[in-house]
Structures are given as structure tokens and as C-alpha cells.
Design a protein around this ligand. Sequence first.
Ligand code: MN
Length: 255
Amino acid sequence: MTKRDWRILVTNDDGIRAPGLLALADAAQAHLGEVTVVAPDREQSGASHALTIRHPVRLEEIRPGWHLVEGTPTDCVNLGFFHELGRPPDLVLAGVNRGYNIGEDVTYSGTVAGALEGRILGAPSLAISTAPHATEEDFALAARVAVRLAELVLTRGLPLDAFLNVNVPPSARGYRITRQGRRVTREGLAAGRDPKGRDYFWVGLAPAEWPHAPGADHSAVADGFISVTPLHADLTFHRALPLVQEWNLEDGPAP
Ligand code: MN
């Protein structure tokens, strides 16, 4: 693998101190080209595609090429494009996230949102995640996988609006091209009472149940394979268009 001259923007949602970010930036710098890191100053897991619009966002360069932002991954990608680089990079990499982004997690994930924002703003992108208990070695493996896929995306291209969601289990046995899976949703609320006597809740704590489904991202990861899922920045569900058209809304009462 040879070093190329691509300009790569790297972000994450685990925050600028996360080991997965360092692993990814190092691998990209070694094999892809010039790396600019713009990452949240603290953990933003679950931030999804939030954009900070009610107060200003600050950016600080903490060492050459590394910038922390008091904001979300989506803020970071915007600052990377329009402040640090001044134009779209050749590729946006988001990760390596601590914890898989599979099934419906994709919709909550700040990591996936970082890649989504890159795609929306005009650069090919990929999100990369590994196990919740990942070691330095596991992050390094995921970063190598990201580099391999990045080279393919950069040389072979992807359709407009497409980006990749990649999940790398430790000691991965190979690759599987997958679709977004689905978990069984259960009640996930834990309630308690704080020292001032007010109720509080922790949401989303239900242990996930993932029924095995051939071709799904979670099944690939459960079987020890790297899951590569092409995602679409356009959320339109094209198969549902004819059904909604059949409602003949224009024939009913005026709005
Ligand atoms: Mn995270």
C-alpha cells in the first residue's frame, strides 16, 4: 500500500481523546494522504445528526492538524469543510467508534452522522466501528480495514448519496456486504429518584435482542465478519411512493 495525496477529514463521536480516533487518523496519514482531524471535545455518542444552531461553536487547534470543537460530529464536519480545508476533502472518515453501529443504532449514531454529513456536503465518506470492549489492537485492525475501504471508495467511487457503514469485530474472519439489521425493541427505561426527590429516567438501557437474519449487519458481526453496509443520504422510501400516491390526496378536500 502506498501513500497517496488525498485530503482526508477525520472525525468521531467518542471525542478527541478516544483511542479509535488516533488509530484511524494515524492509519489514514500513513496510507492515504494529508489528514485533518476535527473532533468533538467530549463524547457525543448518540448525538446523531444534531447541528448546534442556538449558540456559537468554538474550535481549537490542539496540535498541528488536530482540532477540537465544542460541538457535535456534524458541527465538526462543517468546520472541517468550510473553515479548516476551505473545500470538500477527498474523503471523510468517522470513527473508529467504540461500540458497533448496527441495525437501528445507525439512526442514533454520531459516528454515522459524521459520515452522512460528509456525504451531504459533497465528499465520499465512511463510518467505522468496532466492539464496545475494543483493545488498541482491535482499533488498529478497524483502522486498517477503513484504509482498505477508503482506497476502494476513492478509486472506484460510489453512487451519489451513498456512503459506507463498516463494523469490524475483533479477529475478523473476512468481509460481508450487508443491509441494516433490526433488533427486537423492548422497554428500556430505568427510573429512580434523585436526592432532591425528583424522578429521573435512564433511556435505552434494554439489553438488545438481535434475531439472526441472513444478510444483516448484526448477523455478520455476530459471525465474526466485517460488515460493510452501503447507506443512502436520501431517506426517501421509493417502494412506498406508489402506495402514498394511491391516496389521491389532490382529489380530496383542499388543504
Ligand atoms: Mn461513540
